[in-house]
Design a protein around this ligand. Structure first.
Ligand code: SME
Length: 199
C-alpha cells in the first residue's frame, strides 16, 4: 500500500512528496547517526518500516536500559510516522499497566488488564487495531484528538511486559502493514532492552 503524505501527489501509482529533505543528526553511543524524518518520505509504508527497523537497531545498540530505550523508541516513532497524536508505552507492574515513556499529551497512568484498548490487547496478548475508538466499548479517552488506535503487546518469550500504544486523529489510520511493521520494531526493542524490573 503506498505511503501517502499529506503534501504528496500521485505519479505512476507512487505518492511523491515535495523534495523537502529533513535530516537529523545525533550522536548515539559515540556514533554520529542521521535520521530522515517521515516529513520528507516518499516511500511505501513497508519501506518506511524497513528504515525504522534499521534506525531503531542503531539507536538502541549497546544500551540495555529499558526506560532510556523506550523513551528514544517513542520519540523516533512519534516523529517519523505521520498522523499520530500519541505514541508510548505502558509496562506491566503488579498486574496492571503503568504509564511509561511517551510522546504526546499527558495520559492516564494506570490501566487494569482487560480495561480499554490497552488493557484488552494486554489481556488477550494480541495486536489490536481500533479503526474508530468511539465505537470501542470501554475505550479510555486520554486525548480527545484520538480517533483511531493500535496497541502491540510486548512479549518477552511467553511473558507479557507491557504494550506499545499509538493514537491517531485519523479514523482508520492503522492497518495490517502497520501491525506487522510495529511488531517488528517492538521485537527489536524487547530484544535490546533489559526487562528485569517488570514483575
Ligand atoms: N486509549 C487507551 C488509553 C491510553 S491513551 O490512549 C494514551 C485505551 O483505551 O486503553
Amino acid at each position: 500500500m503506498p505511503w501517502r503524505h499529506r503534501d504528496s501527489t500521485e505519479v505512476h501509482g507512487r505518492f511523491l512528496c515535495e523534495p523537502l529533505w529533513i535530516l537529523c543528526l545525533s550522536v548515539v553511543n559515540q556514533r554520529i547517526m542521521t535520521f530522515q524524518t517521515a516529513e520528507s518520505s516518499s516511500t511505501a509504508k513497508s519501506e518506511l518500516y524497513d528504515q525504522l527497523a534499521a534506525q531503531i537497531s542503531s539507536l538502541l545498540a549497546g544500551e540495555r536500559d529499558l526506560i532510556s530505550n523506550a523513551a528514544n523508541f517513542a520519540s523516533l516513532i512519534f516523529h517519523s510516522l505521520p498522523d499520530l497524536n500519541w505514541a508510548g508505552f505502558y509496562f506491566l507492574k503488579n498486574d496492571e499497566l503503568v504509564l511509561g515513556p511517551f510522546q504526546g499529551r499527558p495520559a492516564c497512568v494506570r490501566i487494569a488488564l482487560g480495561q480499554g484498548v490497552c488493557g484488552t490487547a494486554a489481556l488477550k496478548r494480541v495486536t489490536t487495531i481500533v479503526p474508530n475508538v468511539h465505537e470501542f466499548p470501554g475505550h479510555i479517552a486520554c486525548d480527545s484528538a484520538s480517533n483511531s488506535e493500535i496497541v502491540i503487546p510486548l512479549m518477552k518469550g511467553e511473558r507479557l511486559i507491557g504494550v506499545l500504544d499509538l493514537d491517531s486523529p485519523v479514523i482508520g489510520r492503522f492497518d495490517d502493514e502497520d501491525a506487522a511493521g510495529l511488531n517488528r520494531l517492538v521485537s527489536i526493542f524487547v530484544e535490546a532492552s533489559a526487562t528485569g524490573f517488570a514483575p
